[in-house]
Design a protein around this ligand. Structure first.
Ligand SMILES: [Zn+2]
Length: 236
C-alpha cells in the first residue's frame, strides 16, 4: 500500500484574481512529503502542469522511490475539475467548457478525472451524475466536515472511487489528506489504474487549521510579485 496526497499546489499555481496561488515551491512540496513519510503526491496546480513536471523531476533526484503524479486543476464553467496524469497544458479557454466537456477533454488527454471538493466553493456537485468523473474527492483538508460528508455520500451513491488530498498551498499542510493506493508498481500508470479499479481508500483526514495564516502568506506572495521580488516557479 502506498500513501499519497492527491491534491497539492505549488508556486506554479495561479489564481485568476490575485495571481500567485501557493507559497511553496515544487521542491519544498516534495521534501515535505518525503519527510512526512508519504510515498507520493499529485501536484494539481491551477491551469498548469508545470509544477507537477518540476516536482517529478526533483523527486527523481531526491528519492527514486517517491512518485509524483503530474496533474492540473482547471476551472470550467461549472466549477473545478482535476486531471491526474496530465503532462501538457490543455489548449483553449477552460472557463467556457461545461463540466461534461471539461471531463471529456481531460480524459482525451489520458487523465484520471476527479471532482475536487464537489460541494464546497467552486465545486461541481450538481454535475457529478452526468459529467462522468472517474473519482470523487471524499476528503479535502480545506473543507468543512459537512462538505466532505456530502462528497462521501455522493461517491457511495454513484459507486465511484473516493480519493483525498490536502489541497495544500503551503508545505506545512502537505499530508493532511492522504489515501492508500494498492498499486503493483511505482509508476504513474500503475497508481492511476489502481484508483480507477477502486483499489484506493482514505487513510488520513486532518483538517487544515492554519487557513487564515496561509491566506495571509498568499496575499504576501501577491504583494511580493507586484514588487517583483517573489521567486516564481522557475526558481524552484
Ligand atoms: Zn486545489
Amino acid at each position: 500500500m502506498k500513501k499519497f496526497d492527491l491534491h497539492i499546489h505549488t508556486t506554479c499555481s495561479k489564481n485568476r484574481i490575485w495571481g500567485p496561488d501557493a507559497i511553496s515551491t515544487p521542491r519544498q512540496v516534495v521534501k515535505a512529503a518525503i519527510r512526512k513519510g508519504l510515498d507520493g503526491v499529485a501536484v494539481t496546480d491551477h491551469d498548469t502542469v508545470k509544477g507537477g513536471l518540476l516536482a517529478s523531476k526533483i523527486a527523481r533526484r531526491l528519492d527514486k522511490n517517491f512518485l509524483v503524479i503530474p496533474g492540473i486543476e482547471i476551472k470550467c464553467r461549472d466549477g473545478d475539475i482535476i486531471g491526474l496524469g496530465v503532462e501538457s497544458n490543455p489548449r483553449g479557454r477552460m472557463g467556457k467548457l461545461s463540466a461534461i466537456e471539461a471531463v471529456e477533454m481531460l480524459r482525451d488527454m489520458g487523465a484520471l478525472v476527479v471532482a475536487p471538493h464537489p460541494f464546497g466553493w467552486g465545486g461541481v456537485g450538481k454535475h457529478l451524475e452526468t459529467a462522468g468523473f472517474d473519482a470523487i474527492e471524499g476528503f479535502n483538508a480545506n473543507q468543512l466536515k459537512c462538505v466532505n460528508t456530502r462528497a462521501k455520500i455522493a461517491a457511495y451513491e454513484l459507486e465511484l472511487p473516493m480519493v483525498a488530498g490536502s489541497d495544500a498551498h503551503y508545505q506545512v499542510n502537505v499530508g493532511n489528506g492522504v489515501v492508500t493506493i494498492d498499486c503493483d508498481e511505482d509508476t504513474v500508470d500503475s497508481a492511476l489504474t489502481a484508483i480507477r479499479a477502486g483499489r484506493v481508500s482514505i487513510y488520513r483526514e486532518k483538517r487544515t487549521r492554519n487557513g487564515l495564516l496561509v491566506f495571509t502568506f498568499r496575499m504576501g506572495t501577491f504583494l511580493r510579485t507586484i514588487l517583483g521580488k517573489y521567486p516564481l516557479c522557475d526558481e524552484y
